[in-house]
Design a protein around this ligand. Sequence first.
Ligand SMILES: *Cc1c(COP(=O)(O)O)cnc(C)c1O
Length: 230
Amino acid sequence: MLSDNILRVKGQISSVCSKLKRDPASVIIVAVSKNRTAVQIKEAVASGIRDIGENRVQEAVLKFKELSAVDYRPSTIKWHMVGHLQTNKVKEAVRIFDLIHSVDSIRLALEIDRQAAVINKIQDILVEVRTSPEESKFGLKADEATEVMKEIAQLKNIKIKGLMTIAPMVDDPEKARPYFKALRELRNKICELWAMDYGLWTLSMGMTDDFEVAIEEGSTMVRVGRAIFD
Ligand SMILES: *Cc1c(COP(=O)(O)O)cnc(C)c1O
């Protein structure tokens, strides 16, 4: 049952956090509902989920509308775009998503800024970093991220809230640890450079197979699909 799954994930997060002496509430669970139905999202929300993740704009728009139509209150729910975002989908994306996790170019950021300005919105974003260069197509390389972020930070209708990474598929979650560590170190470096409190920065990392390791490495937002919906 979905509600049991959610309880189990929350339990796992609590036990990692208690070892780390961290408040479990400092880890946000984004329930990634790609390929799942609006009914399943409703069930997840009924079981206490407040953050919904989608990876395709078109699919998200349909579910968003469906849920908005049935006396659902999207204002209490945050919608997250976790997948790769194409510039021609930005217009719709800024209308529904509270947080876009996958900003990986100035070109994309400029379009988000432009479309957000049209609707008078400050769009919260995360910058996606490719911590495993050989294995993923999307995301900025760590060594170019700082420069690009400096430019994005100038845009008036965008607010950078932190960083996101997708670790490669591995057979043992321990093998994902270096990628999570790399993202945390990059965050620390950028926050030092910008004289910012890194406690305020989101680190979106960890999925079904590796979220516990990601939390040990400082994740503040885990994106969990199968462990919740299967
Ligand atoms: C699908 C997806 C997830 C969730 O993956 P699970 O392994 O099902 O937990 C997380 N992040 C992104 C970007 C995804 O596309």
